[in-house]
Design a protein around this ligand. Structure first.
Ligand code: ADP
Ligand code: MG
Length: 698
């Protein structure tokens, strides 16, 4: 049966070696199966007709019915064009041919009613329809029905494999495949969810008769795709957690207890307590922990990380905490050192700029076990950094570290250390379920008490004077202000100049000695950066002009105003992260989004979303809809998923259904061995074999 599907595309009538080559390189279509899984991206209702009058405004393909009322040829030789006047009772439009004129022309007869199909284009101020499909109306067979449109490429189009060409190939294939497309889902699932058979679904998605057909076919195919993905994730997770042994941390330990009773500066929120309980359970289970901790900016993840670390230390292990930037690592080091100042523990910082002699000392203290907690950046990943007994790795701001880098930390002990990944970029549930199906997820869904919500305001360039006035008011009240510029790549001169111009303008409007303005950007030497940062942290400067280097984690509670320049150039999650730098103290805080007077529709939507909500999860949902999951997660990961038909930002409900179904199957039939699930076993074995084991790490 599968032989048919595996047949090389070259052998399909109408393909041949040359086109086969192109289909492979352009669309990754190697076999009959690949072609059948090249799904339409939209449909056009061929049962209705536009009038000629309205055709140009359809902004799309149109179908017209009318007569040819005139022919004319313009130009000579290769530049010859054929214009045919096409008329219905609302008006006329020209049909144009640049090629094949000698075949077309004799077929265009007056007084015959034609059906034409094409896309109107504006050419030298006239609307016309180039190379339309043309049929004699009385001979049109399928006057109802939906036409599928397929993704294609320029190269394929030049070889006749535009959407229509691909449609034709698929049309050739469809009558051949009766009873040749094996079912992949068990009967009972088909029945329970009223799913079409795989064969019917594939036929229908290419040649539907109604909108209802399309949605049934899509539902079946999406469900299948997402279901196997979920099943795979759950199986991989099962394998990791049963095979991968983890250290057991028997007790909470006296280090934790001492800190908790004597040095905890405030009561934990219930959400923080809940998460610590979840982690504690993992530590007792004997299995390897791989947990993702999601919590909005300011929700107090650092403290959770610290308490978790104290459990590991109290059980005789070392801990590493890794952050994506030097500034952030340094801040973690400082705040954690602050928390631990009255405890007898050894903590150190290791970043790119750590001096060599210091490094060597650090390496020794790690190997001897003298150091309990090492905080740092990528520098921790280097092979020379070896521990005596690493028991826990905490990774802050997960999305900046690649999967491979995380794997490196695993190898720093014979039994892999437990892993806690913290992220402030809330991931929508559907995505988390799909991408991190094999991670356990904890959520801090509550902010520490007493936070005042941040007012977010969108202002245009023309309001700049008022903005400066407002900043002065706030500074007079003793607050500090961030002004952030986009610097997408630190090397981009234009961005850099904007930053510098902005800095100058601010320095002019906020002159010394009344005001102190700091600047921090990626081109500065780390020492200088740190110096300026510290001045701001200590309250010596009123304004911090910066690039997104301050995006993650920086904590200055007295800063209550965040001004984001050229806010239209930032993505939603970045805006939300930046806003999270304020609202950390007791004072009312503001986030001001400055944009040019005209912004794109999408940017407008981003600004509105920011103004309307402070909720990171809500923002991430909008972000997902605006950008699509690939961008949100980094292309590397979206490539791994390789979804053919599902859209994670729109198919959340199917993801949930798929996941619930997969879970239920594994709980009833953990080894997938019941006869009713036989079909699944075959399918999943093929899937597991065909993919590298990437899920183990993330
Ligand atoms: P994030 O989750 O963004 O990393 P942080 O860990 O930096 O947040 O915490 C933000 C601020 O809230 C810090 O100043 C921290 O000391 C404070 N904080 C954390 N937990 C609590 C709590 N339970 N009660 C009051 N303040 C807290
Ligand atoms: Mg943080």
């Amino acid at each position: 049966m599968t032989e048919f599907l595996n047949t090389s595309i070259e052998y399909l009538k109408g393909v041949g070696p040359q086109r086969a080559q192109l289909l492979q390189s352009e669309l990754g279509i190697f076999s009959f199966q690949d072609l059948l899984e090249h799904f339409p991206f939209r449909y056009l209702d061929r049962s209705t007709y536009h009038s000629v009058e309205e055709a140009p405004f359809a902004d799309n393909y149109v179908q017209l019915k009318g007569k040819i009322t005139g022919l004319r040829e313009i130009g000579t030789g290769r530049h010859k064009k054929l214009f045919a006047r096409f008329t219905d009772n609302t008006g006329s439009i020209d049909l144009v041919w640049f090629q094949g004129i000698q075949w077309i022309k004799p077929n265009l007869k007056p007084d015959i009613e034609y059906q034409i199909f094409g896309k109107p284009k504006l050419y030298v101020n006239q609307w016309n329809i180039p190379h339309p499909e043309l049929a004699i109306y009385s001979e049109v067979r399928n006057k109802t029905g939906l036409q599928a449109f397929y993704p294609s490429t320029e190269k394929l189009t030049s070889k006749g494999l535009h959407s229509k060409g691909i449609e034709k190939l698929i049309g050739t294939l469809i009558p051949q495949f009766e009873n040749k497309i094996p079912e992949t889902l068990p009967e009972w699932i088909l029945n329970e969810y009223h799913l079409l058979s795989r064969e019917t679904a594939i036929r229908t998605i290419h040649q539907p008769n109604s909108e209802q057909d399309i949605s049934s076919a899509k539902f079946r195919l999406k469900f299948e795709e997402l279901f196997f993905l979920q099943l795979e994730m759950l199986l991989r997770k099962e394998v990791t957690s049963t095979k991968m042994k983890g250290f057991v941390f028997e007790e909470v330990g006296n280090v934790f207890n001492e800190f908790y009773s004597n040095h905890l500066p405030f009561n934990l929120t219930n959400a923080q307590k809940k998460v610590i309980k979840e982690i504690r359970k993992d530590f007792l289970s004997g299995k390897h922990m791989n947990r993702l901790l999601q919590g909005d900016v300011g929700s107090g993840k650092t403290l959770v990380a610290l308490l978790t670390a104290l459990i590991a230390i109290g059980n005789g292990y070392q801990v590493a905490l890794m952050a994506p930037t030097e500034i952030l690592a340094s801040q973690h080091f400082e705040s954690i050192s602050g928390f631990l100042k009255d405890m007898d523990l050894k903590t150190a910082l290791l970043i790119g700029s750590t001096k060599k002699t210091q490094r060597l000392q650090l390496h020794e203290k790690l190997i001897s076990g003298e150091l309990n907690l090492l905080i740092g950046t990528h520098a921790l990943l280097e092979d020379v950094v070896q521990f005596k007994n690493l028991g826990l790795v905490v990774i802050d701001e997960q999305h900046r570290f690649g999967v491979a880098q995380r794997a490196k930390m695993w190898r720093k002990n014979t039994t892999p250390p437990h892993v806690l990944i913290m992220t402030a970029t809330p991931i929508p549930r559907t995505l988390a379920m799909t991408f991190y199906g094999d991670l356990d997820v904890s959520v801090i869904d509550e902010l520490p008490p007493g936070r005042k919500p941040i007012s977010t305001i969108h202002r245009y360039e023309s309001h700049r004077l008022r903005l400066f006035g407002f900043m002065k008011e706030q500074i007079a009240l003793g607050r500090q202000v961030y002004v952030v510029y986009p610097l997408i790549k630190e090397s981009e001169t234009l961005d850099f100049n904007n930053l510098m111009d902005g800095f100058e303008a601010i320095s002019r409007s906020f002159p010394m000695p009344n005001y102190q303005v700091s600047i921090v950007h990626g081109k500065m030497r780390p020492e200088d950066k740190d110096f300026e940062m510290q001045r701001f942290v200590k309250g010596e400067t009123n304004i911090m002009v910066a690039t997104t280097v301050i995006e993650v984690g920086v904590n200055v509670p007295n800063a209550s105003v965040m001004v984001i320049e050229s806010a239209e150039r930032f993505g939603l999650s970045q805006l939300h992260q930046l806003r999270g730098r304020v609202g950390r103290g007791a004072e009312k805080s503001y986030c001001i989004l400055m944009t040019g007077d005209k912004v794109s529709k999408e940017a407008q939507k981003r600004m509105e979303t920011m103004v309307q909500t402070n909720d990171g999860f809500e923002i991430s949902e909008v972000d997902l809809q605006l950008r699509g999951p690939g961008d949100l997660m980094g292309t590397q990961q979206s490539g791994v998923l390789n979804l053919k038909i599902s859209n994670l930002s729109k198919d959340g409900q199917i993801v949930t259904l798929a996941r619930e179904t997969a879970k239920k199957i594994l709980s009833d039939d953990p080894k997938i061995e019941l006869p009713k699930n036989q079909i699944l076993k075959n399918q999943i074995q093929r899937i597991l074999k065909s993919k590298p084991n990437w899920g183990r790490i993330s």
